[in-house]
Design a protein around this ligand. Structure first.
Ligand SMILES: *Cc1c(COP(=O)(O)O)cnc(C)c1O
Length: 405
């Protein structure tokens, strides 16, 4: 397949708009991706044609909605190569998924146990564990990162022992783009009997992980990072863990029988899906997965790598520009600073020229502390970006620097 960038861009209505009089150059894809028309249309199609509550109606339209919702679960199952569809829990996103697991382990673990968190984590893979540890007394250990933004696996080895029960690592760092060696991290954890949760929020727009081959215990992502809508995501959990963990929220959908004396819970996956879910969101999540698969994740990865090389080389030619995160293995994220200029000022001026980047800590303050900085400018590229847009970033950046220095 040829990567027909013109045709691809035509699928994304927002890319045609102007910002502050300039063509909109969207380079904040690590915060959220843009949505193709297929995904947008699937949401209005649901509300126009078959809006109904699911799993409970005897009527035809409710059945149509249920089929579409459960069909999305199967698409997600197949995409991530998961054995059983009830191992896929539909959540509101990565943050919800991680809180669900942290709640699940609250009573399984106690003060004799240890957990390990990678130093590259997003706040949403740090704070829920700290909240859990404050209640059950678990000891938290951290895998440090080196100058390039890679995890120090020798220190990881020394942290693992028979008390280690859980390890948390992201597949790809949202702040630096580092792709972590998750297979190796998982194998080492399993050698001491620990389970691993991989936060795949930043990876799933770039890779198609095979969860059975990885043998990971938990994997999570948010649809909005991979061309789907906000407010929907998934948690994969091995059946044995999902059976062991208590429900996260109580309500409708998640019960089998309710009396005021005793309630029994529904089977998986419904045990973890209390209340009316985001039905249109789940359906659109499935459509987003179809869209990415039609383009081919390998084609996407190849195209984005060439964009990353082009952008990295161009930006490096700017004097006093320092890139943070230069792992051999990274996705199309460039985090940088210009010496003597605050990241926020650069971001504000780039916006004046229609270029959207993120500035600040990127929900990963420990990484910024590691480099001794308050934040960075982050340009994150997607498969619908172009070399021309990189050229605009470059010239706008030069303009901003000359105005600020
Ligand atoms: C975006 C992101 C999250 C949080 O995802 P939400 O959709 O906001 O819940 C967590 N981890 C990583 C690595 C992310 O990129």
């Amino acid at each position: 397949m040829v990567f027909d960038i013109k045709k691809i861009r035509a699928d994304f209505p927002i890319l045609k708009r102007k910002v502050n009089g300039y063509n909109f150059v969207y380079l904040d894809n690590a915060a959220t991706s843009q949505k193709p028309i297929q995904v947008i249309d699937s949401i209005s199609d649901y509300y126009k044609n078959y809006n109904s509550n699911i799993h409970r109606g005897v009527h035809s339209v409710s059945q149509e909605a249920t089929d579409a919702y459960e069909g999305a679960r199967i698409k997600i199952q197949n995409h991530f190569n998961v054995k059983k569809s009830h191992e896929i829990i539909l959540t509101s996103g990565t943050t919800h998924s991680i809180n669900l697991v942290a709640n699940g382990f609250l009573e399984i673990l106690d003060e004799k146990d240890e957990i390990i968190i990678s130093g590259l984590e997003h706040h949403s893979n740090i704070v829920p564990w700290q909240m859990m540890a404050a209640r059950n007394g678990v000891k938290i250990k951290i895998i440090p990162i080196d100058e390039n933004g890679d995890l120090n696996l020798n220190i990881y080895d020394s942290l693992l022992n028979s008390k280690t029960k859980l390890v948390f690592v992201n597949h790809v760092s949202n702040a630096l783009g580092t792709v972590n060696p998750i297979k190796e991290i998982i194998n080492k954890a399993h050698n001491v009997g620990a389970a691993v949760l991989v936060d795949g929020a930043q990876a799933s727009a770039h890779f198609k992980p095979d969860l059975q081959e990885l043998d990971v215990d938990f994997y999570t992502t948010s649809a909005h990072k991979l061309c789907g809508p906000t407010g929907i995501g998934m948690l994969y959990g091995k059946e044995k863990w999902l059976q062991k963990m208590p429900p996260y929220q109580g309500g409708g959908e998640m019960i089998s029988e309710v009396t005021f004396e005793k309630t029994t819970y529904a089977e998986l996956p419904h045990k973890f899906e209390a209340g009316t879910p985001n039905i249109s969101g789940a359906i659109a999540f499935g459509v987003a997965i179809d869209y990415l698969n039609e383009l081919g994740l390998e084609n996407i990865h190849k195209y984005e790598s060439s964009l990353l090389d082009y952008a990295t080389e161009k930006l490096k030619s700017i004097t006093n520009l320092k890139i943070y995160g230069e792992s051999e293995n990274k996705t199309s994220v460039i985090s940088f600073n210009i010496e003597g200029i605050h990241a926020y000022d650069i971001g504000t001026l780039l916006d004046k020229f229609g270029v959207a980047v993120r500035t600040g800590q990127h929900c990963a303050q420990p990484i910024m502390d590691h480099f001794g900085i308050s934040g960075t400018v982050r340009a994150s590229l997607a498969f619908y970006n172009t070399k021309e847009e990189i050229d605009i970033l470059f010239s706008s950046l030069k303009r901003a620097i000359s105005m600020l220095s």
